[in-house]
Design a binder for this molecule. Structure first.
Ligand code: PLP
Length: 391
């Protein structure tokens, strides 16, 4: 399916939505769509596949391309630190967490009071959701985007105001700014975005943050920021340095390969950190082993650069496979790629899974999509072979 066709379908679905049709609830999507505030701008972005159900029924994955993990991690240095920390792991991890917090603060160019650690960034997304959820107020975000913070907020009484992405699948900052009013409790932006993998221009986003934080806090989820060019320049941490009420979330789950070790953090103003900390298990709910490994990985720049390079190689390979078969992937700045598919997402994921390849499907803008994480080259070759049989 061509991109122009996609755009037409999208615009058509936008017109239907403007007329009050096709809301998540009307399309039969469960709790999130029903509970959230559905604005006239909204589309719906609930993954169309229930992975738990699919996995229970189908054969084991040979290539696990479902969750944007780093197939090369953790680094050798992180593993050694992990093992080294076992010896005194009978102690509570205070010192290890303090050392990690100090190292992250230095790396980010902020004070330790600006850092809150969590067992993965999910813990901190949940803290933010609980902090800002309130009946009568809403979270403002793009649609589609990563919905864990939004889901928690909606489950605690919040509404959800959704704004479609622009034609190049970046955040529509102008449209979002227009939606910021007294009823918005938090603006949530994922950059680069998940599930689309696309990026929003950092200069424009910085201006947006500076303007919007005069009224409301802005949460920037930078889970995939390590994969972009010049992450330091594209990150919104400098907004915090300049005293803006911006909360930047980062995770070790992606480029550092820590998805199973669970380490994440936010950078924010000290008063915001204190407020968020009310909703966590204390200053860093991380094991001593994971904190030690994260400290080693933080300084392992060579490992990170190597993973980014391999990620680019597999991405280039995947683009070639998709384009040779007439598919148009979105421009990914992450370790996953989104592309429109020609059959129902559920059927597509099941057919791929039968061939040993786990991935995920979405439905938005009137189109079925596949999101495939970038695995090793071997994984991607398996993807290519399975895809060739069913595309
Ligand atoms: N934010 C985004 C955009 C993600 O895609 C993910 C996980 O895939 C997370 C946050 C949560 O990551 P973790 O809890 O592993 O840090």
């Amino acid at each position: 399916m061509s991109t122009s066709l996609n755009r037409r379908t999208w615009l058509k679905s936008g017109a239907l939505l403007a007329a009050g049709f096709g809301t998540g609830a009307a399309m039969g999507f469960p709790s999130l769509a029903k509970a959230g505030t559905v604005s006239h701008l909204s589309t719906t972005a609930i993954p169309s596949t229930n992975m738990a159900e699919v996995l229970a029924k189908l054969p084991k994955m040979q290539a696990r391309l479902t969750s944007n993990e780093n197939p090369y991690g953790p680094s050798q240095k992180a593993k050694e630190a992990l093992i080294g920390a076992i010896e005194d792991s009978f102690r509570y991890p205070r010192e290890k967490i303090k050392a990690l917090q100090e190292a992250i603060a230095e790396e980010e160019g902020v004070a330790v009071e600006n850092i809150l650690l969590g067992a993965g960034s999910s813990e901190l997304l949940m803290a933010a959701a609980l902090r800002y959820a309130a009946k009568g107020s809403s979270i403002l975000s793009a649609d589609p985007t990563y919905n864990s913070l939004i889901r928690t907020a909606v489950n605690h009484g919040s509404g959800w105001i959704k704004v479609p992405l622009t034609a190049d699948y970046s955040h529509d900052l102008e449209a979002m700014e227009k939606q910021v009013n007294d009823d918005i409790s938090l603006v949530y932006i994922v950059n680069p975005n998940n599930p689309t993998g696309t990026i929003t221009n950092s200069d424009k986003l910085r201006v947006f943050c500076d303007r919007v934080t005069v009224k409301k806090p802005v949460f920037i989820d930078e889970a995939y920021m390590d994969y972009v060019q010049n992450p330091k320049q594209q990150s919104m941490v400098d907004c915090v340095q300049r005293g803006k009420d911006v909360i930047v979330a980062r995770t070790f789950s992606k480029v550092h390969g820590f998805a199973g070790l669970r380490v994440g953090y936010v950078v924010a103003l000290p008063e915001t950190i204190k407020a968020l900390n009310q909703y966590t298990n204390g200053r860093g709910n991380i094991s001593a082993t994971s904190a030690s490994a994260a400290l080693a990985s933080l300084h392992d720049k060579e490992f990170v650069a190597d993973c980014v390079m391999k990620n680019q190689e597999t991405k280039d390979f995947l683009y070639t496979v998709l384009k040779n078969q007439g598919y148009t992937p979105l421009d990914s700045h992450t370790n996953f790629v989104m592309f429109p598919i020609k059959m129902r997402g559920e059927r597509f994921t099941q057919e791929m899974l039968k061939r040993g390849v786990g991935l995920r499907s979405w439905e938005f803008y009137g189109q079925q999509w596949c999101r495939v994480s970038l695995g090793t080259m071997e994984d991607m070759e398996l993807f290519a072979s399975a895809f060739g049989q069913i595309s």
